[in-house]
Write a protein that binds this ligand. Structure first.
Ligand code: CUA
Length: 152
């Protein structure tokens, strides 16, 4: 009779696991749909018109400004191209949810927050190519969110 109890107990546990797994994936599915529905809302971008056209802008002989917009799951502009021996100021915002803006191999690392603008100034002395990654979890395709920075 103890064996029967154990069997019954295991059965209950297994059914419990299956219910949990099913419930889990249903929950995840709903979350993902929500993400996409709420995801891109241009209204949340800072009203600053500079961000309506994400770009690199030359503002001095060796000075550049870059207006970066992060959104699920890309960065604009991509690639970012600036010349070597220049001072570059990044203005970074997000169009939807919180993202990260990290230029691998440099000390450029910021959050990209809807409605806010992060400002980072860096000097690039040498030509090179850097990967840009999002380091804040932002949704199911977070791990694919990357761009590049090319110093020419
Ligand atoms: Cu964008 Cu993670």
């Amino acid at each position: 009779t103890y064996e029967k109890l154990w069997l019954a107990g295991s059965f209950v546990l297994i059914v419990g696991f299956i219910v949990t797994i099913t419930y889990g994936s249903v929950g995840l599915g709903i979350t993902m749909i929500d993400d996409e529905a709420d995801g891109v809302s241009p209204d949340e971008i800072p009203s600053d018109e500079r961000f309506s056209d994400p770009r690199v802008e030359q503002v001095g002989e060796d000075e550049y400004e870059v207006y970066v917009v992060a959104m699920t799951f890309i960065f604009q502009p991509d690639p970012i191209e600036v010349p070597a021996n220049s001072e570059v100021t990044f203005y970074v915002t997000s169009r939807d949810v919180i993202h990260g803006f990290e230029v691998a191999g440099t000390n450029i690392n910021s959050m990209a927050i809807p409605g806010q603008v992060a400002e980072l100034t860096v000097e690039f002395d040498e030509p090179g190519t850097y990967g840009i990654v999002c380091n804040e979890y932002c949704g199911p395709q977070h791990h694919t969110m990357e761009g590049s920075l090319v110093v020419t």
